[in-house]
Design a protein around this ligand. Structure first.
Ligand code: CO
Ligand code: CO
Length: 316
């Protein structure tokens, strides 16, 4: 049982399935906090460290905030050699450095399977917070980063492809969402969230439901990783993809004629996936300009409208 929000100082808690907690401080500022850790999705330890750090930071960016400091969590089988652990930690440190975040402590345990991640803390003014629950009818929906992390991680684990062959993918999965967040702030985004374990539709569903709106999307406008598309065609999919479909089955519907492979990819669980950005139509041009300036891969995927909260309809 999750205890109810008992303190008046909790500004964002569990209620809207938002990205991070927000707690009001006496100084008038708010503190934004999140925690995330997971098992390797690539074989290279340095890359894994970078991905784990970028992924942990993402939920802070998804609140429109800047991270300040982090505490690391490490689980590692000591018997496989400390040199590997050193590389994981170096990857994490380098990514945190890029983000301007200090690692101030942490905890490590001996474990069968490696796990790595961070608890991250940021501060900002209350009015700077961008929730996932404040999209407005008529707002346009943008998505950054191509989709396909879960599928490619599954293929790498099954030794069907080497990550060295996936340079485009690695560039995106290690990329901080900081830059897309800055673009969203410049365009006065009305709501924001990052795409992680529930896939594009799962996170859009949370956003729409929390905002009390329906959403329509154009499936063919979502940018997909081409290599991941090939693997889905062979039936290589993470178990989470099917769970994600179940999660929204009462709220999601799709027009006939949408490629089944494309539909599958909309449910692919992402690690450090892109941002879903809700923006007023008159600010869409600013958003596109700001994202392009930062070399983001993005597309406009749909819009919100007045309707049953959380309902999503996909057209071709
Ligand atoms: Co999130
Ligand atoms: Co998270």
């Amino acid at each position: 049982m999750v205890p109810e929000n008992q303190s008046g100082s909790v500004i964002v808690g569990l209620e809207t399935a938002d990205d991070a907690s927000v707690f009001k401080l006496d100084t008038g500022k708010v503190i934004v906090q999140t925690v995330d850790f997971f098992t390797p999705i690539v074989n290279d330890p340095y890359l894994f460290g970078q991905i784990a750090a970028a992924n942990s930071l993402s939920d802070i960016y998804a609140m429109g905030a800047e991270p300040s400091y982090a505490l690391s969590m490490v689980a590692f089988p000591c018997k496989i050699g400390m040199d590997i652990l050193v590389k994981i930690v170096e990857g994490g440190l380098d990514k945190m450095k890029e983000a301007g975040v200090s690692i101030v402590g942490g905890h490590s345990v001996d474990d069968e399977e490696p796990k790595y991640g961070f608890s991250v803390t940021g501060f900002c003014a209350e009015e700077e917070i961008i929730r996932n629950s404040t999209a407005k009818p008529g707002n346009l929906i943008y998505l950054t980063k191509p989709v396909g992390t879960g599928i490619l991680a599954t293929a790498i684990k099954a030794d069907m492809i080497k990550e060295e062959e996936l340079t485009d993918y690695l560039a995106q999965v290690t990329k901080l969402n900081k830059y897309a967040k800055d673009a969203a702030l410049a365009a006065k985004a009305t709501a924001l969230t990052d795409v992680t374990g529930f896939g594009v539709i799962g996170h859009l569903y949370e956003m729409a439901k929390a905002s009390g709106l329906s959403a329509k999307i154009k499936a063919s406008s979502v940018k997909l990783n081409k290599k991941a598309l090939e693997f889905v065609d062979y039936g290589i999919m993470p178990a989470g993809l099917h769970e994600n479909k179940k999660y929204v089955e009462d709220s999601f519907s799709a027009d006939k004629g949408i490629d089944k492979i494309v539909l599958d990819m909309l449910f692919d669980p992402q690690t450090n996936g892109g941002l879903l950005i809700s923006v007023a139509e008159e600010n869409a041009g600013v958003l596109e300009g700001e994202l392009s300036k930062r070399d983001e891969i993005f597309s406009r995927i749909g819009s919100f409208f007045d309707g049953e909260p959380g309902k999503i309809r996909a057209s071709n």
